[in-house]
Design a protein around this ligand. Structure first.
Ligand code: ZN
Length: 143
């Protein structure tokens, strides 16, 4: 058996677990932030173990430095300046910058998937419009 490469079903389960953990972290954050951080840590371990990249929608929801869960507006700030999105974690001071084009790409992708919403809402940041009810919509992709 080849080492390093995991079978597809295993990766699928790993991805699902990561997704579930981040959702739980999101739900718990207000009442129990420490638990959220713990869930994030477990998700990270799964991602390392199975060599799964963090899902796009969760990639900015944890600190790359201390691996804590974050929620924009609660323990991190989000700013858009000069074509970049800047995340600043209030707890450890870590700063991450993302090119704004990635936001646009994401918008376009969502547009293609839904075939609706033709309004020019490019100025919005997906992270802040995230809500619990709409999570499963259009997220399923065959891997
Ligand atoms: Zn941090």
């Amino acid at each position: 058996m080849r080492r390093g490469k995991r079978p597809g079903w295993m990766l699928k389960i790993g991805k699902e677990r990561i997704d579930i953990l981040f959702r739980m972290a999101e739900d718990e954050f207000q009442a129990n932030p420490q638990r959220s951080h713990r869930y994030t840590e477990i998700a990270r371990n799964i991602s390392k173990k199975y060599r799964i990249r963090m899902p796009r929608k969760w990639r900015r929801r944890f600190c790359k430095k201390c691996y804590r869960f974050l929620r924009p507006g609660a323990n991190c700030t989000v700013r858009v300046t000069g074509g970049r999105v800047i995340f600043r974690w209030l707890e450890c001071g870590h700063i991450m910058r993302f090119p704004y084009t990635e936001e646009k790409k994401e918008k376009r992708r969502n547009k293609i998937e839904s075939y609706t919403n033709k309004k020019g809402t490019d100025e919005q940041i997906p992270v802040s419009t995230h809500n619990k009810c709409g999570e499963s919509r259009g997220e399923r992709k065959p891997y």
